[in-house]
Design a protein around this ligand. Structure first.
Ligand SMILES: Nc1ncnc2c1ncn2[C@@H]1O[C@H](COP(=O)(O)OP(=O)(O)O)[C@@H](O)[C@H]1O
Ligand SMILES: [Mg+2]
Length: 248
C-alpha cells in the first residue's frame, strides 16, 4: 500500500490529469485505487463523473463515515470534494490541536483496502496540501512543458522540504513533464534538460506526458482514460509513468 500526493503550488500543471492518468493505468493493471480530491475546485471529482457531492474529503478528515464512494464497476473509489472545502479549511484548524494530521489519521482506518491512494492537491500550500504531504509516503511534481522553470521548481522543493520536517519519512518520487508538444521535446532537451538533470539527477523522471485531447475529453465525460481512450498516447505515457512509480 502506498499513499501518493501529486502536488505543485502552481495551477494548471497537470496535477488532476496526472492523478486520473496514473490511477487509470494502475486500475488497468488490477490495482485497487482510492482517489482523494483535496481541491475545492473539484476537478478530480467531476473528472470521475461525480456531480452531487454531500460528503467530502473535509468531512472525511474530521472523522465522518461514508465519505468513500465506490464506482459501479467497483474498481475504483473516491473521496470527493466540492466548493465547501473553501470554508471548511479554517474549520479544520479549530477541529484539532494538530490539524495537519487529520487526513493521515482518517486514512489509517481504511488504508488496507487499497493498493494505491492518490491524492490530488489544490494549487496552494494550505492546510489541504500539508495534510496530503503528511499522509503521503511519496510525492510527485508534475510540471508543464512550456512553463518549466528551475525557479518554479526550486520554490516547490523548498516548500516540500519544510513539510518534510513534519513527515521525515516522506519520499520525493520525482518531477515529470506534462503537456509535451512534439516541438517542445527538442527545445527542452537543448535548453534545460541538462541543468534540470544536474539539479534533480534520477528524480527527473524519464516519463514525458504528451499533449492529447483525450485528457480534456475523458474528464468532461467523467470517464477514466483506460475506459475512454485505452489506445491513446496519453494512456501510453501514464502507463509508463505508473510503472516507474510501481518500481520505485
Ligand atoms: N497531457 C495533456 N494533454 C492535453 N491537455 C492536458 C494534458 N494535461 C492536462 N491537460 C489539460 O490542462 C488543463 C490543466 O490540467 P489539470 O490537470 O487540471 O492541472 P492542475 O490540476 O494542475 O490545475 C486541463 O484542462 C487539462 O484537461
Ligand atoms: Mg487540479
Amino acid at each position: 500500500m502506498e499513499v501518493i500526493a501529486i502536488t505543485n503550488q502552481k495551477g494548471g500543471t497537470g496535477k488532476t490529469t496526472s492523478v486520473l492518468g496514473i490511477g487509470s493505468a494502475l486500475i488497468r493493471k488490477g490495482k485497487r485505487v482510492l482517489f482523494i480530491d483535496l481541491d475545492p475546485q473539484s476537478n478530480l471529482t467531476r473528472g470521475l463523473g461525480m456531480k452531487h457531492v454531500f460528503l467530502t474529503s473535509a468531512d472525511f478528515m474530521t472523522g465522518k463515515d461514508k465519505c468513500i464512494f465506490t464506482s459501479k464497476a467497483g474498481n475504483n473509489s473516491l473521496i470527493p470534494a466540492n466548493d465547501s472545502l473553501y470554508t471548511k479549511e479554517s474549520e479544520l484548524m479549530s477541529h484539532s490541536a494538530l490539524p495537519q494530521n487529520l487526513l493521515k489519521k482518517a486514512l489509517a482506518k481504511v488504508k488496507d483496502q487499497f493498493d494505491y491512494i492518490l491524492i490530488d492537491c489544490p494549487p496552494a500550500l494550505g492546510m489541504y496540501t500539508i495534510n496530503a504531504l503528511i499522509a503521503a509516503d511519496t510525492f510527485y511534481i508534475p510540471m508543464q512543458a512550456g512553463f518549466f522553470s528551475l525557479e518554479g521548481l526550486n520554490k516547490v522543493l523548498q516548500v516540500t522540504e519544510q513539510v518534510r520536517e513534519l513527515n521525515r519519512d516522506l519520499k520525493f518520487g520525482g518531477v515529470f513533464i506534462t503537456r509535451l508538444h512534439p516541438n517542445d521535446r527538442r527545445i527542452i532537451a537543448k535548453n534545460i534538460i541538462s541543468s534540470i538533470k544536474k539539479t534533480l539527477g534520477r528524480k527527473f523522471l524519464n516519463a514525458f506526458i504528451r499533449e492529447d485531447v483525450s485528457a480534456d475529453e475523458s474528464q468532461i465525460r467523467g470517464k477514466l482514460l483506460h475506459d475512454y481512450a485505452p489506445g491513446s498516447r496519453i494512456m501510453e505515457d501514464y502507463t509508463r509513468l505508473s510503472t516507474i512509480i510501481e518500481q520505485s
